[in-house]
Design a protein around this ligand. Structure first.
Ligand SMILES: [Zn+2]
Length: 422
């Protein structure tokens, strides 16, 4: 057991703190000593050994807590200085954006500069109304290089752009800007076990996938965030001439990262338009938000900012029953619109689901929106699938983790306050 943990520990990034390295070395020493003790001559020796084992286990515990939880896209800017264009934003928004970009400069030894001529547009525009997706980054890559990014903040949120603390009804722009520029550096979302309610907010990494109104803890990077960019940028030799040079090259790929509203289990049940129970009978291909479903880009009136397509897919759920909500609103089959790429879903045809859903105005090409039914928030946390033991779990949870019976989910959904709260 000790050995296994130590092996896990050896995956700790080279960027890990000196302290954790020391602990690792100590721990290794303890382990060797332990192995050499095959037989105990006296009770005193046995006692000593047990004490050492205890110390060793404590060290192993510290060691485990230093295991990294970050993920990267394995792509990076091949230059050490990149500009962005936030010229359509207010000055208070520009400050928030400068704050967010600046947070990554030190750990990555990198420079973000504001330049109204940059193709890396940062702007406010519709996404999906209040809640759901707060913001997203699209980034274009060629091989391992990021060649271009765009960051869009959802105009449907109630933003707080100041530098003090937002009220519980406002969403902190500095926090979300910091998160988005992490994607802009090539960092992906942190593994969800580091982001749940069991982790105190102030030690949750900035690259966790969900966030709540009234919070500021994404403003400061955690070690895990810093290790992620150090991992991406530490050993690079930059190629100074490349910025912006490869934008039209063949083979360029585009990728999207969305940050969603955090909802507790109770909030999810209380605020849902409806809680649906049924089977997945259809999963569409990835489409983009225009009638043809093709990828698109539009230039704004000033000829500078590019509005780009948002990927989505549709999940058809044939209803068995409705645990809460207005039953007259839904037909036998409900189509859920899920923002993101279908290739990334962990849903399969035939899955039995409990789905927490909301009404959302999904932005459509040409300044319009479509009224759709979406999962309440991140589909991983708003859709629960039935597993072999008959219990329902969030999509990212393994079978061994805590699950809920249909009965308990029904009781929770039926509580008197369900559906009436704003
Ligand atoms: Zn994100």
């Amino acid at each position: 057991m000790c050995v296994q943990y130590s092996q896990i520990c050896s995956f700790t990034k080279k960027g890990g703190s000196a302290e954790s390295k020391k602990q690792k070395a100590k721990n290794r020493g303890q382990r060797t000593e332990g192995k050499e003790q095959n037989a105990f001559q006296t009770n005193k020796e046995k006692d000593m050994f047990q004490k050492k084992m205890l110390v060793s286990l404590v060290l192993v515990f510290f060691c485990i807590t230093s295991v990294h939880a970050y993920n990267t896209h394995g792509v990076y800017w091949p230059v050490s200085s990149v500009s962005y264009d936030a010229h359509t934003m207010s000055s208070s928004w520009k400050s928030a954006v400068a704050y967010g970009s600046g947070k990554w400069e030190y750990p990555a030894d990198f420079d973000w500069r504001s330049n109204d001529g940059s193709v890396n547009d940062v702007y406010l525009y519709d996404i999906d109304g209040r809640g759901g997706v707060y913001a997203y980054v699209s980034h274009w890559t060629l091989n391992s290089w990021i060649t271009k990014i765009r960051i869009r903040f959802d105009v449907g949120e109630s933003w707080y752009t100041g530098s003090s603390t937002p009220s519980s009804t406002r969403l902190d722009a500095r926090s979300i800007a910091t998160h988005e520029f992490g994607h802009g550096m090539g960092v992906a979302h942190t593994q969800s076990y580091r982001c749940g309610s069991s982790v105190s907010e102030f030690s949750r990494p900035t690259m966790c996938a969900t966030y709540a109104y009234g919070k500021t803890y994404f403003r400061t990077l955690e070690n895990d965030d810093e290790n992620a960019v150090e991992h991406l940028y530490d050993t690079l030799s930059f190629i100074p001439a490349l910025e912006g040079a490869s934008q039209t090259e063949a083979g360029e790929e585009i990728r999207f990262d969305f940050v969603y509203e955090t909802l507790t289990k109770e909030e999810r049940a209380k605020r849902a338009l409806a809680v649906l129970h049924g089977y997945v009978v259809g999963i569409s291909e990835t489409r983009f938000n225009q009638d043809s479903g093709e990828y698109w880009e539009d230039v704004s009136e000033d000829g500078e900012t590019m509005y780009t397509a948002i990927p989505y897919y549709e999940v058809d759920v044939e209803l068995v029953d409705i645990l809460s909500g207005d039953t007259s609103r839904f037909r036998k089959t409900v189509t859920l619109t899920v923002i993101g790429e279908q290739e990334e879903t962990s849903l399969s045809l035939g899955d039995e689901l409990v789905a927490y859903v909301r009404d959302a105005p999904f932005v459509w090409r040409g300044d319009t929106s479509h009224s759709v039914i979406m999962p309440m928030s991140d589909p991983l946390f708003s859709l629960l699938s039935r597993r072999d033991d008959g219990l329902y779990r969030e999509l990212d949870l393994k079978d061994a983790e805590i699950g809920f019976s249909l009965q308990s989910l029904t009781q929770e959904a039926m509580r008197p306050q369900a559906g009436v709260d704003e």
